[in-house]
Design a binder for this molecule. Sequence first.
Ligand code: MG
Length: 348
Amino acid sequence: MKTVRVDTNTPYDILIERGLLDRSGELVRSVSAAKKACVITDSNVGAIYAERVLTSLKEADFETELFTFPAGESSKRLDTVAAMLSYMADFHMSRGDIVVALGGGVTGDMAGFAAATYMRGIKFVQIPTSLLAQVDSSVGGKTAVDIPQGKNLVGAFHQPCLVIIDPDTLSTLPERFVHDGMAEVIKYGCIKDERLFETLENENALDIIEDIIEICVSIKRDVVNRDEKESGERMLLNFGHTLGHSLEKLYNFEGLSHGEAVAIGMVKIAASGENAGLTEAGTADRIERLCKKNMLPTSDEASAATLAELCQSDKKAGGGSVNLVLLDKIGSSFIRKTPLSELEAFIR
Ligand code: MG
């Protein structure tokens, strides 16, 4: 079993191994003396995995309940969280009890937020089942819900007490979801780790997925450790995301998945960096080839003007400028504060 230790105020471990789902009970027991465990999942993931996790929890002497909500981003609302909280109260959960979030990013975000607010905060364990959630949401402690005014506008920082990653869950995902996560994996190679990038170029990622997940969560752990409140270095994790978010918004978060939008964003911003003489020549081509290898799109018709305009309404755009993440070369990244007035020309 691979273990990545995350040193936040209350340190926790990320455990990675095929088949861990069936050991989830003993693993949760190792971090909690709780009487009750509430498993929170969505209708898709729950139908496949909930029973195994509940069985394992019962074997470890937890009283269990299961809260299932309809799968999809459209469930990521305050009223879903309100229903979770009521459910937990009806189950008479106390401060010492525990929430187990079983699913992808939406589940982790909402179950984490429910755990952060129930009785002013109780423990929770994450069992991320999508590649995106495994490499991206298991570090950082961000929980959130959407409100009509914007995505992730309401939330809290709340660290899990344990993360259990069973890469076998990836084999049951529709392929598009694995590709979606691969965009973030490629991102980690781009910003911090040329060797990871080369490995992805040369190997079939799924064959060595445990190593890849370990490398990605370790990179994110190191970045977040150095920057707990997202002021400086953590911004590097947004490589490809500024333009990616614009594209997601352009298509109303429906036409492109997050990873697909990030893939296009990475290629575009790398090409812009090359044009400005800031990025080593050939970088955008390499990223494009690797994205294509992973069935990710690498271009879009949207004009620079449209993208620049959509950036302006992005919450990360503050004070008339935007912090663009650029690469010197694969594996090395930096932040360039760019006035919004120059953004269109920069990405044209
Ligand atoms: Mg992302």
